[in-house]
Ligand binder design. Structure first.
Ligand code: PGA
Length: 256
């Protein structure tokens, strides 16, 4: 990590916590890390909790993110939520292209790209997830897969809008498995992403974009991951569901 980039720690609560549980966790985080100016701390509860959580965190430094979004502003898309609806809830970020959405809901790079552009048009900050499966890694295809995801998902995104974008490198085999990529494996992938961004935009732009790691990150392994030059934070699933461990992750980033 270098001085041009501020650490970014986001909690992806996935399909966990009803509204009351979400409020309780958000209140705890406001008490423990609610005035943390050195790190961008973001929590991404389910849609059903977003409004209540946004209210709890409104006077703190914590920001809210959604876990998904439809690219259209409104229309006949039963069950979906639009960028415009999220903006009205004071949501700042949106996770896009998470591997669970790619795997269980068949999301393609083209669809994710439409969402990335819709988010940018609505001044929402996309947290764009990329990452290879175990089979792809073992087949020596990690870089090829990550490059294809980046290329597709960032198609026609303008350089001027990249200040909104955070990239999350999440090796699928490390998500929710307790198996973390080694700091060396993660750093190698992050450096690859940054080189790709430098070619796609330019070196200065690539230096500014945060690339965060996701996949079984927790307080006990965060230090060595965050010590790597191209790892600018984390997208945390399991360890973000408990106030203490998420706060410890934010503090670990703040103390670096
Ligand atoms: P995990 O999830 O920390 O539980 O592995 C990370 C993610 O899926 O974003």
């Amino acid at each position: 990590m270098t001085a041009v980039r501020k650490y970014f720690i986001a909690g992806n609560w996935k399909m966990n916590k009803n509204a009351a549980e979400s409020v309780a966790l958000a209140e705890e985080l406001v008490r423990t890390i609610g005035q943390q100016y050195d790190v961008d701390a973001v929590i991404c509860p389910p849609f059903t909790s977003l409004q209540a959580v946004a209210r709890v965190i409104e006077d703190s430094t914590i920001k809210a993110g959604a876990q998904n979004m439809h690219p259209e502003q409104h229309g006949a898309y039963t069950g979906e939520v639009s960028p415009e609806m999220l903006r009205h809830l004071y949501v700042n970020y949106v996770i896009l292209g998470h591997s669970e959405r790619r795997t269980y809901f068949g999301e393609t790079d083209a669809f994710i790209n439409a969402k990335v552009k819709a988010a940018i048009n609505n001044r929402l900050r996309p947290i764009l997830c990329v990452g290879e499966t175990l089979e792809e890694r073992e087949g020596g295809r990690t870089f090829e897969v990550v490059e294809e995801q980046l290329k597709g998902s960032l198609d026609s995104v303008k350089k001027a809008d990249t200040d909104l974008v955070v990239i999350a490198y999440e090796p699928v085999w490390a998500i929710g498995t307790g198996k973390t990529a080694t700091p060396e494996q993660a750093e190698e992938a992050h450096a690859f992403v940054r080189d790709w961004l430098a070619k796609r935009f330019d070196a200065a732009t690539a230096e500014r974009i945060r690339i965060v790691y996701g996949g079984s990150m927790k307080p006990s392994n965060a230090g060595e991951l965050l010590a790597k030059p191209n790892i600018d934070g984390g997208l945390i699933g399991g360890a973000s569901l408990e106030g203490r461990s998420f706060a410890d992750l934010v503090k670990a980033a703040a103390s670096r």
